[in-house]
Design a protein around this ligand. Structure first.
Ligand SMILES: [Mn+2]
Length: 320
């Protein structure tokens, strides 16, 4: 019998995996993961009857085909997630822990399942998924000093940062390799204090964010700002954290962050303002490969010829 762990390569996926594996460290595991935006991971899994598959932090709806195939092939599947699920299939070999609440992430679902055994890793993941308030209040309830809560907040941000990139080549660590680095640590504060992997992520983050902070917006006013990032690995790594930083610093502004991808098109991330989290989906759905939620949406492939049109519509939609 084999056990496959299929997990999103971001902070939440990593911390969910780590908590579960700390409980069952001896069992051999096959790890399947990728960059953060690489979410159709179940298509890559091949099983024999009776194999176990644990799925972490990837949308059930996006993986429905792969999930049904694995169930037909006789796998026993346990699924933890907080993304859009659609209808959850009823099957004797499928156990789901799915909760779409806005203040939940996959690592918090695993934390609940494990009755808080590795709670600090779950708090780390909440920070990584940009659930800042939730992370702070959990840290307080857990009796952490503010300085330790700050450390977990940075760790979550850096683990999340490592997942962004157009391909695995852009990343500082393959997510499976980063998991091996955190694996020995029951307490994330020890990882922060002692791991060279943490030091490497912290240095990379500061350098990449330093580049991003020098960028001038394509267009901005009090209500909106659009940024075009250059075609560089640092830009692809820092795009998500840069968008979070802009959103947190300017809560009354909507933001678009536009990044060139390997196809020659742009990937666009749109966030409505924190103060009025509406309309991002309506804007992005005007484009062929657009989609998302009211507060945060995106366009996977924006052709270069449509860039001006996008910026014009973004301004019309959000600017004053
Ligand atoms: Mn997540």
């Amino acid at each position: 019998m084999s056990h496959y762990y299929v997990f999103n390569g971001d902070a939440d996926g990593l911390c969910a995996l780590h908590q579960l594996r700390l409980v069952e460290p001896a069992a051999a595991a096959n790890l399947i993961t990728g960059v953060k935006r690489d979410i159709k991971l179940l298509d890559r899994v091949n099983v024999s009857e009776g194999d176990r598959v644990t799925v972490l932090d990837i949308s059930l709806d996006s993986n429905r085909k792969g999930l049904m195939r694995l169930l037909e092939e006789g796998a026993m599947i346990e699924y933890f997630d907080h993304h859009h699920a659609g209808e959850i299939p009823q099957h004797a070999n499928l156990i789901t822990h799915i909760n779409l609440a806005a203040d939940v992430c996959t690592s918090l679902l695993v934390d609940e399942y494990l009755a808080g055994r590795f709670h600090l890793w779950a708090i780390t993941a909440a920070f990584g998924d940009n659930l800042i308030q939730k992370g702070r209040s959990l840290a307080k309830s857990a009796g952490l000093a503010d300085s330790d809560a700050d450390k977990l907040s940075h760790l979550g941000e850096y683990l999340n940062y490592n997942g962004y990139g157009d391909s695995l080549q852009d990343l500082h660590f393959h997510p499976a390799e980063l998991y091996e680095a955190i694996k020995p640590y029951k307490n994330p504060l020890d990882f922060v204090a002692n791991s060279s992997a943490f030091a490497k992520l912290a240095a990379g983050f500061k350098e990449d964010m330093g580049h991003a902070n020098l960028l001038q917006p394509l267009s901005n006013d009090d209500h909106c700002a659009a940024y075009l990032l250059p075609n560089e690995p640092w830009a692809r790594r820092v795009t998500g954290n840069f968008a979070n930083k802009l959103a947190n610093e300017y809560p009354n502004r909507a933001h678009a962050v536009i990044t060139p991808n390997h196809t020659g098109n742009f990937t666009v991330s749109v966030r409505a303002s924190i103060a009025n989290p509406q309309g991002a989906d309506v804007l992005c759905l005007q484009f062929d490969t657009g989609g998302g939620r009211k507060a945060a949406a995106g366009i996977n492939q924006l052709p270069p010829g449509s860039l001006d049109d996008f910026v014009a519509r973004f301004k019309q939609h959000f600017c004053g």
